[in-house]
Design a protein around this ligand. Structure first.
Ligand code: PRP
Ligand code: URA
Length: 209
């Protein structure tokens, strides 16, 4: 069963409060999503492997550590996942970025795939799939199926706000995928929106609707 990590760092919780606020406008919403993504990336990269190197300081020789060059990939689920990419790239700028385009049919709430473009060596990379919202879980489950179909093996999923139903659906469909979230909310409403949530993440990020 995939593990669930809730990143309840005070800075993340503080910023999350402002993106939940319906009075927060597009510019500030976008900045905050990016900042939270950076803070979450800091936590999610805690277990990256290191290797020892020799370095000469102004004072003496030293044995120190650098990242051992694990290949990473960030996979935003379009559209709203795009809002998290730059924040993560601030910390891991050499990561490759692939895209999975899905939208949730407003009637059936089922995901509809419309675009997939991945790094050619996707099977060798440790992938972080990102989307601000995990509601029914349909989009994340489908995006990860799509990645696995194309050879991806090592996958984590990172989102800002999750509903219990989404976490359950992910754990059932992809027990090998750990889930990293900033907040686990109460439930879904009749339209499949997370309660209390933050509304429609894509629309708030891009100023649509
Ligand atoms: C939103 C969100 C997730 C999905 C979550 O995207 O960004 O991808 O809904 O819902 P689910 O867990 O029930 O599948 P949406 O379909 O609104 O598309 P958008 O990102 O293009 O706005
Ligand atoms: N997608 C969103 O953007 N928000 C929700 O609350 C649920 C799905």
């Amino acid at each position: 069963m995939g593990k669930v990590y809730v990143f309840d760092h005070p800075l993340i919780q503080h910023k999350l409060t402002y993106i939940r606020d319906k009075n927060t406008g597009t510019k500030e919403f976008r900045e905050l999503v990016e900042e939270i993504a950076t803070l979450m990336a800091f936590e999610i990269t805690r277990d990256l492997p290191l290797q020892e190197v020799e370095v000469e300081t102004p004072v003496s020789k030293a044995t120190s550590k650098v990242l051992s060059g694990k290949k990473l990939g960030i996979i935003p689920i379009l559209r709203a996942g795009l809002g998290m990419v730059d924040g993560i790239l601030k910390l891991i700028p050499a990561a490759k970025v692939g895209h999975v385009g899905l939208y949730r049919d407003p009637e059936t709430l089922k995901p509809v795939e419309y675009y997939v473009k991945l790094p050619s060596d996707v099977e060798e990379r440790e992938l972080i799939v990102v989307d601000p919202m995990l509601a029914t879980g349909g989009s994340a489950v489908e995006a990860i199926h799509s990645l696995k179909k194309r050879g991806a093996k090592n996958i984590r999923f990172m989102c800002l706000v999750a509903a219990p139903q989404g976490v359950e659906a992910m754990q059932k469909a992809h027990p090998d995928v750990d889930i990293y979230i900033a907040a686990l909310d109460e439930k879904l409403n009749d339209h499949g929106y997370i309660v209390p949530g933050l509304g429609d993440a894509g629309d708030r990020l891009f100023g649509t609707k």
